[in-house]
Ligand binder design. Structure first.
Ligand code: ATP
Length: 247
């Protein structure tokens, strides 16, 4: 199923996930346009990862609907996985494989022919300037490099959308900036970026931002419009106004 270039690349309609009596994601509806950098924010436990797992076909919605690249995530989770890249700190590289082996392994998972995976691997290592690490086990390379590598691997099969779950957690500010340059490059080539972060300076780098509170989307707009609506100097203040428990 193909979606037209004009239609939103992500469409969620009353998307809901319940765990027993607990509603982790509560009827969220939103759309993301092709090529957008969309920030998906919320306090700990707000439901971001659960929502993202539904959008990536890893978890079945209890009710509601979502389409990613025109594909219904509940009806065709395997098809969705072919059209997306996914990177999280928990689900990422194999520590005991080398950099090159990881690239080839994921190339295989994403269905790239062996020769193409090898070429893409060499190209990727060169682009990242990781020649010195190519034959090193991933466990032995610095965290910032690992995160850049997993992002590049998530883009290996040129997905329509890349989902990034706290991609810059724990890395230094310089590496975070470099990582965001990579995000901009991906968006410029047409890949939609759906990103969660706890860093509010990063929220400012997004085209639009949604903020989840207790399973619902409490606000969604450009950082500038949110700041103006909440009369806040920065996104950190917007975030606090929405997520701070009411007295
Ligand atoms: N498999 C599960 N069974 C029961 N409850 C769950 C399950 N997965 C998540 N939850 C609960 O759903 C809520 C939302 O969790 P989720 O991980 O989606 O939040 P989050 O916004 O991603 O938080 P964080 O920023 O801490 O990762 C939490 O209260 C969590 O305990």
């Amino acid at each position: 199923m193909q979606n037209s270039p004009q239609s939103p690349i992500i469409e969620a309609s009353k998307l809901t996930k319940q765990f027993g009596a607990f509603t982790a994601v509560d009827a969220i509806s939103f759309e993301v346009e092709r090529g957008e950098i969309f920030g998906f924010l919320g306090a700990n436990g707000a439901g971001k990862t659960t929502a993202m797992r539904m959008l990536t076909g890893l978890s079945r919605p209890t009710s509601g609907q979502a389409r990613v690249a025109g594909i219904d995530v509940a009806a065709h989770p395997e098809k969705v996985k072919q059209r997306i890249g996914y990177m999280s700190q928990k689900f990422s590289l194999y520590e005991d494989l080398t950099v090159m082996e990881n690239i080839r392994f994921y190339g295989g998972i994403y269905g790239l022919p062996r020769k193409q995976a090898r070429q893409a691997g060499s190209q990727l290592i060169e682009q990242l300037g990781m020649e010195a690490f190519a034959r090193k086990q991933v466990s032995g390379i610095p965290l910032g490099w690992r995160q850049k590598l997993s992002f590049s691997i998530a883009l290996l099969h040129q997905p329509d959308v890349v989902f990034l779950d706290e991609p810059t957690g724990g890395v230094d500010p310089v590496t975070r900036r470099q990582f965001w340059e990579m995000i901009y490059q991906a968006a410029e080539t047409g890949t939609t970026v759906f990103v969660t972060t706890h860093y509010m300076d990063e929220a400012e780098y997004c085209g639009r931002v949604s903020i989840m509170v207790d399973g619902q989307i409490a606000a969604l707009d450009t950082p500038d419009r949110l700041k103006s609506e909440f009369q806040a100097a920065n996104m950190h203040e917007v975030f606090l106004q929405l997520t701070r428990p009411k007295p």
